[in-house]
Write a new protein. Structure first.
Length: 518
């Protein structure tokens, strides 16, 4: 009996040792950096008491450079399962207190195990990154470890939701795992991502740059679009991940959780009847429209500081999770450009992969002109958005508020890209181009002959064109718009449309996969 008690005591002691990671001094150092440990992060992320840890006693097998004398239980990553709002998730958190969180072969095996479990069980996988990169002492084995993780990221894509939290360094090859996941979150001031660090940049290009300006949260949230969310503290970041998961299903065969809705579905807002300015060149704020029509004004925006001319994010209509895509007339007049097209296209494809209906709010004057855009491949980027909407088989509801011109009309979930219900406000202008541009093309001869009277003739011709096309009724006449609706009634009509589309069945032609214009 005593022998058994001794063994139990040994187990408890080993567990305590494993929970200390790299030791108390290393934990203290981590706290001094303003960072939590891997286990503290997991406990904040998951429901209290729900964490089930795996591979706590795993050790690395490397003997190079005296590594066999440096052994830590768990080897630099904490892995397991737990629940968020009662729903199963799998999680791994790199432990910076053990070899700076550097990735070893055994660490990769631990991460791959939870990723495999997440696929088998059809549950989201959340990775918390805080690592100095590959463990150099292990050489190619560490690289092979990364490759195993990336392969699983690829196979899991579109099957289970994958979320990456960057809570410290993430450099070199390590950045590819977050890049392959659905959503990435960074913490301001303490996290960074880059393929090559400041020293390598300096030696190769001569450019002087620090970590923050090379790959900090502010850079990736505004300039590159690599990260989808930024948080000022780790607590805030982990809470954001919890909230985000509430809008997403467990896997690609399920629906997002339905939430009880106390916001009346027939709530009218008279402000919407007056929100569109009289002048076509005047802006209004699309956020006001979104906040007015969604349940309780609750909107979780994604990539809010990147390509601000388009807005993407999750909301609910009568408790049902929906992906919202909306042009923002307040920024660059709401035009589409390379970055806005990419941003929206990837979001549309995520929603389609996970059975989340799409609500598109349109006010788009066109694509941004100029050599900068053309040289950067705006044709290909615009085609991505076109492809994403055309490929999507989830319910699609489109509301045109004001402008919807030319190619940009097409790519914003038009009827011919299998939009299910396309509505328009009475202020909608659906045409090949705006009145002044059209008049210049259509009446070039008359304007030339008018001489001094050209401005007057131009004004008349613009008015003539606007009367014909600057309204929703011409498109409605052909059935391209299903109904012209009263703005204040938008919430009710969208909810009714989504209810109608719940039994929608649509499949794409059988194929291995399409070749999206990347």
């Amino acid at each position: 009996m005593a022998n058994q008690l001794e063994k139990v005591k040994e187990l408890i002691a080993l567990r305590e040792q494993a929970r200390l990671g790299g030791g108390e001094a290393a934990i203290e150092k981590q706290h001094q950096r303003g960072k939590f440990t891997a286990r503290e992060r997991i406990n904040m992320l998951l429901d209290e008491g729900s964490f089930e840890e795996m591979d706590m006693f795993l050790k690395h097998r490397c003997t190079n450079f005296g590594q066999d004398k440096k052994q830590f239980l768990g080897d630099g990553v904490v892995t397991g399962s737990g629940t968020i709002d009662g729903r199963l998730v799998y999680v791994f958190a790199q432990d910076f207190t053990v070899f700076g969180g550097s990735l070893s072969e055994t660490m990769s095996q631990k991460i791959c195990k939870v990723m495999d479990m997440s696929m088998k069980m059809g549950a989201p996988c959340i990775g918390i990154n805080d690592s100095g990169g590959a463990r150099i002492q292990e050489g190619v084995n560490a690289l092979a470890g990364y490759s195993e993780i990336f392969q699983r990221n690829i196979l899991a894509s579109g099957v289970v939701p994958q979320i990456s939290g960057i809570f410290g360094p993430c450099a070199g090859g390590a950045v590819y795992s977050p890049a392959l996941t659905d959503f990435t979150l960074m913490t301001e001031g303490t996290s960074y991502m880059f393929l090559t660090g400041p020293k390598v940049v300096k030696s190769v290009t001569g450019e002087d740059v620090d970590q923050e300006n090379l790959g900090g949260a502010s850079i990736h949230s505004t300039k590159s679009g690599v990260t989808h969310f930024t948080a000022t503290t780790e607590e805030e970041g982990l809470e954001m991940i919890r909230k985000l998961l509430g809008f997403i299903p467990q896997n690609n065969l399920e629906e997002a959780p339905l939430v009880e809705c106390h916001d009346p579905i027939d709530r009218l807002d008279d402000n919407l009847n007056e929100i569109i300015p009289d002048s076509a060149n005047q802006a209004y704020d699309m956020y006001e429209v979104i906040a007015t029509i969604v349940d309780n004004g609750d909107f979780v925006e994604i990539q809010k500081d990147y390509a601000k001319n388009i807005i993407i994010g999750f909301a609910r209509f009568n408790g049902q999770s929906v992906g919202v895509v909306a042009n923002q007339p307040k920024y660059l007049a709401g035009v589409l450009d390379c970055n806005a097209s990419r941003k929206a296209a990837r979001f549309v494809r995520f929603c389609d992969a996970f059975n989340i209906p799409l609500v598109t709010l349109v006010d788009v004057p066109g694509f941004l002109p100029g050599t900068g855009q053309e040289y950067n491949g705006v044709i290909l980027h615009g085609a991505k958005l076109l492809y994403a909407y055309g490929e999507a088989t989830v319910p699609k509801v489109t509301v045109t508020l004001r402008k919807s011109y030319g190619g940009s009309h097409i790519v914003m979930s038009c009827k011919q890209l299998r939009g299910d219900l396309n509505y328009a406000w009475p202020t909608a202008e659906i045409a090949v181009m705006g009145g002044s541009g059209a008049a210049e093309v259509l009446y070039a001869k008359e304007l030339k002959e008018a001489g001094a009277n050209a401005p007057q003739v131009m004004a008349e011709k613009i008015a003539e064109y606007d009367k014909l096309f600057a309204n929703p009724y011409n498109a409605a006449r052909y059935g391209y718009i299903d109904d012209v609706i009263e703005p204040r009634n938008t919430r009710f009509r969208i909810i009714r449309a989504l209810q109608q589309l719940q039994t929608k069945k649509l499949t794409n032609p059988a194929k291995k996969h399409g070749n999206i214009p990347l």
